[in-house]
Design a protein around this ligand. Structure first.
Ligand SMILES: [Fe+2]
Ligand SMILES: [Fe+2]
Length: 310
């Protein structure tokens, strides 16, 4: 890497450390603050849960659906942060005997991700205490991490950058006016976003660093890996959307006919695709970086693969 680029990147890592120190928060003292979830409130904002589109549900049922989705949100983040942290620790090796500022920034990133996993475990447990038995989160975080980490680092960093950018969109949704939204869940979005903003900057730096060392052939194969990873995420969302609707219809005290159940499954899957795929793919920063790194033909390949999801 040219000296000038090295220095510029070092300054960006230094800025990440500086902001990380400034925004640093504690799970109990800042986020939870002795609060419990209140079942008269929604957990996810309507802009993420899409409960407004579930026209067959009454207000209480919509609220319960947003709570189930909130619980799944905590579980999905606990899952993705498992592989994100492992990848960050792996790539930090490249800086062991190089830029010590970059190394410190990535170690802080890893430590924050461990804290986030703990926060989401706490949120899952607290959400569970307010809900009837029967909820299940089906994917196993370690199985997913092993599968993801088998793909090229370029693709894993692209997926990670996309995830860490969409946490910013999710935070924005949580502060949009939305009646009767849990203050505790709003704080989960707020505090998570504060640290994820630096992670997204580092994802970009590391993604570009990997990219600069690759041949055209390697990058072309990494594009296939990225398509496979997004497909795997979608597979997880399909399974969990179905599980969440099954739980919802089992717990809610009325019968849902086949048509209503199918419509609910479709809308919950649409909401999960929106939350975990589309809000990232459409993030302007993600689209800009990816557009710079790939060819038009590769972009078309990704667009074709994503078309059924978007
Ligand atoms: Fe996180
Ligand atoms: Fe993160």
């Amino acid at each position: 890497m040219a000296t000038a680029a090295y220095e510029t990147n070092s300054a960006r890592y230094a800025r990440c450390i500086q902001i990380s120190k400034k925004v640093r928060w504690d799970i109990d003292d800042d986020v939870i603050r002795g609060r419990q979830f209140d079942t008269t409130q929604k957990f996810l904002p309507d802009g993420l849960s899409l409960i407004g589109e579930m026209t067959g549900l009454d207000a209480g049922e919509k609220r319960f659906m947003s709570q189930i989705q909130g619980r799944t949100y905590a579980n999905v983040f606990g899952l993705v942060e498992r592989f994100i942290n492992a990848k960050v620790l792996e790539i930090s090796r490249d800086h062991w005997f190089g830029d010590q500022v970059a190394l410190e920034a990535l170690i802080r990133f890893s430590e924050e991700e461990l804290k986030h996993q703990e926060m989401f475990r706490r949120i899952e447990q607290m959400a569970g205490e307010t809900m009837p038995a029967g909820y299940r989160f089906l994917p196993d975080p370690n199985d997913v991490a092993h599968a993801v980490l088998g793909k090229s680092t370029w693709a894993v960093l692209a997926l990670t950058c996309h995830i860490e950018l969409f946490t910013q969109s999710h935070y924005t949704r949580s502060i949009e006016p939305d009646e009767n939204l849990s203050e505790l869940f709003k704080d989960v979005f707020l505090y998570h976003w504060k640290e994820e903003s630096q992670h997204a900057v580092m994802d970009e730096l590391e993604w570009r660093r990997q990219d600069a060392a690759m041949s055209g052939y390697e990058r072309d194969s990494a594009v296939d890996d990225l398509i496979a990873l997004v497909g795997a995420v979608d597979g997880i969302l399909q399974v969990q959307a179905r599980a969440d609707v099954d739980y919802f219809t089992a717990v809610v005290d009325r019968r849902f006919d086949d048509e209503e159940t199918t419509a609910l499954r479709e809308t919950v899957l649409k909401a999960y695709r929106w939350q975990y795929i589309v809000s990232g793919v459409q993030h302007p920063r993600f689209a800009a970086i990816l557009g710079e790194l790939i060819t038009a033909a590769q972009g078309k390949r990704i667009g074709t693969a994503l078309a059924p999801i978007l």
